[in-house]
Ligand binder design. Structure first.
Ligand code: GLN
Length: 471
């Protein structure tokens, strides 16, 4: 059942929210031990929230567009009084004193937070293997990764633990796991969704977005969480344009990005999926052509300077004083060092060191400064492409889900998983991944639709059309 169908049934009293929640908790009980999608299942509070929704319906009130719909929350979204760990030892035991805006909006719409999902520690990774609490497994093949960093959210939706989930996308962390798990994932325009209460990784790139089983359900959740928030200084002030519900693409100009489709190591089945989707869109009346966005090839390099630089600054707050873990030392400096040594995993330490180095006085211009210039060139190249095209098309990830352990010893190979998704974050644009059949090892493949800033309405029209064309 889709989220929209559940909410419609609950709103008119045809189904109780409680029965919806119980059904999903049963699904979690059956398969969570095998998959480990959650750091925390919020069974009791989910039942209590469901009872409150049912009571509202009984009083003749409308609980809202997500009435009774379970929503899984990535464990880097703050939930007041509920542990929020970022899958890191350094935050173990910490309970935020406030709730993220997106979570509050889900609650205000009648949605039911059902648990906190596993992620790569501080959202740094592409497989969820960097979690301090153990990896999540791909519901389609538990010997394989679900992607990352929002692997728990993607797996939760794919396994039927929740019809909807929230994740965060700094370089692909919603879209890549969505593609690997065969679900829909959206990275909204930077500033369109409030980041208040999202634990920061790289603030100029981070954006929260939905996971869903269908494009329509993703639209439902996005329309619930987006819009201006005075608590986020980067929040866009103008009201969002409605996403609509038509898959009509006639007359739309769609460009296939060559640099993101001809990447090294792309599986032939993945490329074939993009070509097949493009051919279908053309038959549906769109005008499809190949387009060059040349600087995209530098996206990964720029990202791995900018994102670690911002992370090294954001993560300085974990000092053993204000949050979670503390390991005592002879003086404050030693306490800081011991806390961080024990509290951060290897990848987080690697990013902090890379970022601190890139920002250091002697290297700032050569690394961080240069990367920012590349970012500007990427923005210009996209702007040029969008003069001739309404939306762009590419693979979401170069390969289908890989086996656990396949890339853990080779950070660079892991980083390459995001080569198709990172340019969107650097540009601040929107993108969505739509499942499009299967590829290598019979595993899900995702096709990515990219749109300029605030281009979500066209992006969703095309995504709905692709969903209809999918094998
Ligand atoms: N995999 C990328 C990284 O490790 C992107 C992560 C993300 O989007 N949060 O940085």
């Amino acid at each position: 059942m889709t989220a929209r169908a559940i909410a419609d049934a609950v709103r008119v009293g045809e189904r109780s929210a409680r029965s919806v929640v119980d059904e999903h908790l049963a699904a979690i009980e059956a398969r969570e031990p095998e998959l480990h999608a959650f750091n925390l299942v919020m069974g009791d509070s989910a039942r209590a929230t469901a009872d409150a929704v049912d009571a509202a319906v009984a009083r003749g009130e409308d609980p809202g567009p997500l009435a009774g719909v379970p929503v899984a929350l990535k464990d880097n979204l703050c939930t007041r009084g509920v542990p929020t760990t970022c899958s890191s030892r350094i935050l173990e035991g910490w309970e935020p004193p406030y709730t993220a805006t997106v979570v509050q909006r889900v609650l205000d719409a009648g949605g039911i937070p059902i648990g906190k999902t596993n992620l790569d520690e501080f959202a740094m990774g592409s497989s969820t293997e960097n979690s301090a609490f153990g990896a999540t497994r791909n519901p389609h093949d538990p010997s394989r990764v679900p992607g990352g960093s929002s692997g728990g959210s993607a797996a939760a939706v794919a396994a039927g633990f929740a019809p909807l989930a929230l994740g965060s996308d700094t370089g692909g962390s919603i879209r890549q796991p969505a593609a690997l798990c065969g679900v829909v994932g959206v990275k909204p325009t930077y500033g369109r969704v409030s980041r208040y209460g999202l634990i920061a990784f790289a603030s100029s790139l981070d954006q929260i977005g939905p996971f869903a089983g269908t494009v329509d359900d993703a639209a439902l959740l996005l329309e619930t969480i987006w819009g201006h928030d005075p608590l986020d200084s980067t929040s866009i002030g103008s009201p969002p344009a409605p996403l609509g519900d038509v898959p009509d693409v006639s007359g739309l100009r769609i460009g296939i990005v060559e640099e993101l489709t001809d990447v090294d190591g792309i599986q032939p089945e993945v490329r074939a999926a993009v070509e097949r989707a493009a051919a279908g869109l053309e038959s549906a009346g769109a005008h499809v052509e190949r387009v060059k966005v040349p600087s995209c090839v530098y996206g990964l390099s720029a990202y791995y300077l900018i994102a670690p630089a911002e992370a090294s600054s954001n993560l300085a707050r974990y000092d053993g004083v204000r949050y979670g873990l503390r390991v005592d030392g002879a003086d404050v400096a030693e306490m800081n060092a011991k806390t961080r040594a024990a509290g951060f995993g290897a990848e987080v330490k690697r990013r902090i060191m890379l970022g601190t180095y890139a920002l250091s006085a002697g290297y700032y211009d050569a690394y961080y400064g240069q990367a920012q210039k590349v970012r500007t060139v990427i923005i210009r190249d996209f702007a040029r492409a969008y003069e001739s095209f309404d939306v762009l098309l590419s693979p979401t990830a170069p390969t289908t889900a890989f086996e656990l352990g396949a890339k853990t010893e080779d950070p660079l190979a892991m980083y390459l998983s995001d080569v198709c998704t990172i340019p969107t974050n650097l540009a601040g644009h929107a993108a969505i991944t739509v499942p499009f059949g299967t590829g290598a090892f019979d595993l899900p493949v995702g096709v990515q639709v990219l749109a300029p800033a605030l281009g979500e309405p066209d992006m969703f029209r095309v995504a709905r059309a692709i969903e209809g064309l999918a094998p």
